[in-house]
Write a protein that binds this ligand. Structure first.
Ligand code: ZN
Length: 348
């Protein structure tokens, strides 16, 4: 009986391997597992086998039948001629399945590119928490208690208990940081100068969303502290950065401005990379684009972190990553960065 089953199995395998069309496959099916097929007859004869062999023989026949039925299903489902000698259905001559490679988000690319310029100048990347307190976001940065930026329509305050600032023993409300300048304070509290850091990260402001505003965006903050750091150092480094970022022919312009945490403070413009300074729609016909704020660290900020303003000087700067990415790639609407539209993302 066992030999008969094995012989039949071999016979069926050979018959299947020579099958080339759907009709031939059907003929094989009828011959072996049709109503009067050889395998069907064999199932009927299990009862004639010695009782002790029946479970084993039954199992062998069932396994064989299941595998052959599977093979017929496969052949008829595809409706295609069955390739000879390849019952597994794998055709190594077919082209492989194509899959798309991912790429970095344009904002990540912009952050990497900006950071690379400063890493080359000896800066190091640091990070700080997105959930902050009023102390780090305002107080230590010399932003007075009655400053309008501390109001709820300029800052997301969090509905949690106030947090005590260890060193000063004062309590401060929790908030989502509205600027990455918070990281300057956290690093200066922990480390002694000289310092050369950049801090990329997300910031949050309750602005209505439109083509140039978002309630969340990215900033990169920079800080350099050492002995005898001068305004000319700030100018040199930021001018070099702008040329690396927007091209060698880029010109920079430093305009006086006011920030509570720097004194003196400036806004930095670059010559418009679209019209090359002639004036166009993007630069509002001015030929210049504002891209960052900067200044010499206010001695009051040094006092807040326990540095002696007589011993150390430094400069700080901050820039919006989205704005730089929009200028660099000519993107007209900030919202497109957050929509995850593959038609947009695939261009980078
Ligand atoms: Zn222009």
């Amino acid at each position: 009986m066992k030999e008969k089953i094995q012989k039949l199995e071999q016979e069926i395998k050979e018959a299947l391997s020579s099958v080339r069309t759907q009709e031939e496959l059907e003929a094989v099916r009828i011959k072996y597992i049709g109503r009067k097929g050889a395998l069907t007859e064999m199932i009927k004869s299990i009862k004639d086998a010695p009782p002790e062999d029946r479970p084993y023989v039954g199992k062998m026949i069932n396994v064989l039948k299941a595998s052959i039925e599977g093979r017929f299903k496969q052949g008829s489902a595809s409706g295609a001629p069955v390739p000879a000698g390849k019952p597994s259905g794998i055709d190594s001559s077919l082209p492989g399945a194509k899959f798309d490679l991912g790429s970095k988000h344009p904002l990540t690319q912009a952050i990497d590119e900006i950071c690379d310029v400063f890493l080359g100048l000896g800066f190091r990347i640091v990070e700080g928490p997105e959930i902050e307190t009023e102390y780090y976001n305002f107080t230590a940065l010399n932003i007075p208690d009655d400053h309008p930026s501390r109001e709820t329509f300029h800052t997301f305050f969090l509905d949690v208990a106030a947090e005590r600032h260890e060193r000063t023993g004062t309590d401060h409300k929790a908030l989502l940081r509205s600027q990455t300048s918070t990281v300057q304070i956290r690093i200066m509290e922990k480390e002694e100068p000289p310092l050369q850091i950049i801090a990329p990260g997300k910031v949050f402001r309750p602005d209505a969303t439109d083509a140039s505003h978002s309630f969340m965006f990215h900033q990169i903050e920079g800080l350099m502290v050492n002995k005898n750091i001068k305004f000319s150092d700030l100018k040199g480094i930021l001018d070099l950065f702008c040329k690396e970022m927007f091209g060698k022919s880029t010109e920079t312009r430093f305009r006086p401005h006011f920030f509570p945490f720097t004194e003196p403070s400036v806004e930095v413009d670059v010559s418009c990379m679209i019209c090359k300074g002639k004036g166009c729609r993007v630069c509002g016909r001015k030929g210049w684009l504002e891209i960052l704020g900067a200044g010499m660290v206010n001695p009051k900020v040094f006092e807040a972190v326990g540095y002696s303003p007589d011993k150390w000087t430094g400069f700080a700067f901050g820039m919006g990553v989205e704005r730089i990415a929009m200028l660099k790639w000519g993107i007209g609407d900030i919202r497109i960065f957050y929509e995850n539209d593959l038609r947009f993302l695939k261009q980078f």
